[in-house]
Design a protein around this ligand. Structure first.
Ligand SMILES: O=C(O)CC1=CCC(=O)O1
Length: 269
């Protein structure tokens, strides 16, 4: 567990070493989560690839920073962290807002990116009205007021079973994020649109979505994949918005197969 100072923000991150001839995989997590959501994917990939995890500003153990901030600010934090760690040519795997951050870093610092894995994300997520309503709700009534509605987007009914202890834990994760960082990140998602930029992506790209994703449904993710030249599109069965939690084995298989079968091997850094 480590911390770095990037753009005047303390960023919580973790490096897990791996073979130097393999590309570094960087995991960027979603709104209202910290990097623990990747655990069950990481345990399957560890040893086969170098891995970097981090909490974006406003989440987990990273500083909140000074709102307002944009997706480009989030991307600058990740770029700053990769610079500090001397990482180039990484595979950036971004979930939801993490996928927007991945698209932004590709546009601003393409030398950092060897390939993109865009998981349960899109070139544009949601409408301004939807994000403004969510921001107002959390600012007026706290994150607890939206937790149950968000859980229905994140997870399938089966995962939301009262007997599922993991469901309770991830519900706690969302409820305990700082309101200021959560609301500021909602605003950054509201204001981001990478639709035109998508056509300029020339690195190998894999777009993945859970079949029951209530936030970025399969058709939305498929539409984004169709904007990106040569992008591959895959659906994970029996998963909502967070397949790394609900179906880590299937997600890991897709990540591993993508990296091993596309032009992403070697030149790790
Ligand atoms: O909270 C949600 O609705 C899911 C989500 C949207 C963007 C993100 O990162 O998570």
């Amino acid at each position: 567990m480590q911390f770095a100072r990037v753009n005047d923000v303390t960023i919580h991150y973790q490096v897990i070493g791996g073979p130097v001839d393999k590309p570094v995989i960087v995991f960027a997590n979603s709104l209202g989560t910290d990097f623990r959501i990747w655990r069950d994917v990481i345990v399957r990939l560890a040893g086969d690839f170098p891995i970097i995890l981090y909490d974006k500003r406003g989440h987990g153990l990273s500083d909140i920073g000074k709102p307002p901030y944009s997706i480009e600010d989030h991307a600058a934090d990740l770029a700053g962290l990769l610079d500090l760690l001397n990482v180039r040519n990484a595979v950036i795997c971004g979930l939801s807002v993490g996928g927007l951050i991945a698209q932004a870093i590709y546009q601003t610092r393409p030398e950092l990116v060897k390939a993109l894995i865009l998981c349960d994300t899109a070139s544009k997520i949601g409408s301004a009205d939807m994000w403004n309503a969510r921001i107002a709700a959390v600012e007026e009534h706290g994150i607890a007021s939206i937790v149950d509605a968000v859980m229905e987007k994140w997870f399938t009914p089966a995962f939301r079973s009262p007997d599922n202890i993991a469901f309770h834990g991830y519900r706690n994760m969302l409820a305990r994020q700082p309101i200021e960082g959560y609301a500021a990140t909602c605003a950054s998602i509201r204001d981001a649109d990478y639709t035109e930029a998508a056509a300029r992506i020339v690195v190998p790209t894999l777009c993945i979505v859970g079949d029951q994703d209530g936030s970025t449904p399969p058709d939305l993710v498929r539409n984004t994949a169709e904007l990106i030249p040569g992008a591959r599109f895959e659906i994970v069965k029996d998963a909502g918005h967070i397949p790394c939690v609900e179906q880590p084995e299937a997600l890991t298989d897709l990540i591993r197969d993508f990296i091993n079968t596309t032009n992403t091997a070697g030149e790790a850094q």
